[in-house]
Design a protein around this ligand. Sequence first.
Ligand code: AMP
Length: 397
Amino acid sequence: MSLKYVDEVNFKGKKVIARFDFNVPLAKDGSGKITDTTRIDMAMPTIKYILEHGASKLIMMSHLGRPKDGVKDAKYSLEPVAKYLATKLGQEVVLTESCTDKGIKNLIGLNATKLVLLENVRFHIEETKNDHEFAKTLAGYADFYVNDAFGTAHREHASTYEINAFFKNNNAAGFLMRQEIEALNKVVESPKHPFIAIVGGAKVADKIKIIEKLLVNVDKMIIGGAMAYPFLKAQGHNIGKSLCDAEDVDLARKILGSASAKKISLPIDHIVSDSTEGKGETINSKDIPSEKMGLDVGPKTMEYFRDTLKDAQTVLWNGPMGFFENKEFAKGTMEIAKILSNLKGAFTLVGGGDSVSAVQKAGLSDKMSHVSTGGGASLEYIEQGTLPGIKALKFGV
Ligand code: AMP
């Protein structure tokens, strides 16, 4: 059974409810300013297609941030998103008080209302619990369901998963979902070799399964960022005060003991400091002095990684090479972005919120073959070959 996309659907006169990933970063000053609109912009083709092909209503849903315990919190309101959408579309977008307001049905009944944005779905604890009744309430607003929220498709939530129970054969995926799936399939199904994965960042336990799976398929794997320290420690190196959980060292040891371990490239020197706010100092050794923490890969490592990547035909990059939020420790991450942007004829896929923002900061997004809107989702797709939200669209729940 193949996945149905919006351009195979007749939307004439239909009330459509659609799940997007409008989980955009907001300015820390509380002004409600969206600092990166990419996720909304990427949803635009699907929104426009539905509206231009005769839908009578479009009811949009999304989450924003992680409101605690499903409680309403003004700082996670979708109000800035509603404003941005209205400007982009040149039409009024009505933001509801919640997803379950008594007035929503009446609102949708009004001729004048075409575009509705339901307030943050995660203001309801039922969303993340994949609650059947909550999904039923959402489904009750429409005749057709569209999911274009790739970044959340790895979650079994009411608005991404259970809602499909009420739209048998009346659901479809959006264009962003298609774009992401097609790009990821190039890496999952028939990657051109040499295929090199670059894994960085800090969430070792989250990424360890994918590392194991990827190691079998790739020709080489570069491990940098905080991700490298459990591996270096497992090899017996001193990692000083660097970020590292004891259980991650056990996981790293297991991976280093596998047959594919020889494919792994680890840092051979480091940029260290006393803290993440400090100034960087180069340590020309794999070992880090006891009182210092490793915060970026060093210059020799960068040359080593550059050489490792030189003939790559497929590159998958997830996670920064250092604590790049402080520019003292951003060099390794920016260099990787530059190297990938200069690879001739290679398919380069960047996933993961932080590597994506690094590529954007470097102004190199356009030079990558694909920049995924979903970090966790793209890794899980590579690991599983599908995602719960996609399976539910295809086969129901
Ligand atoms: P992840 O979500 O796993 O991709 O992790 C991204 C985070 O890892 C970013 O906030 C980075 O600053 C952080 N990070 C990467 N390398 C280091 C490091 N050497 N020490 C501390 N944090 C790091």
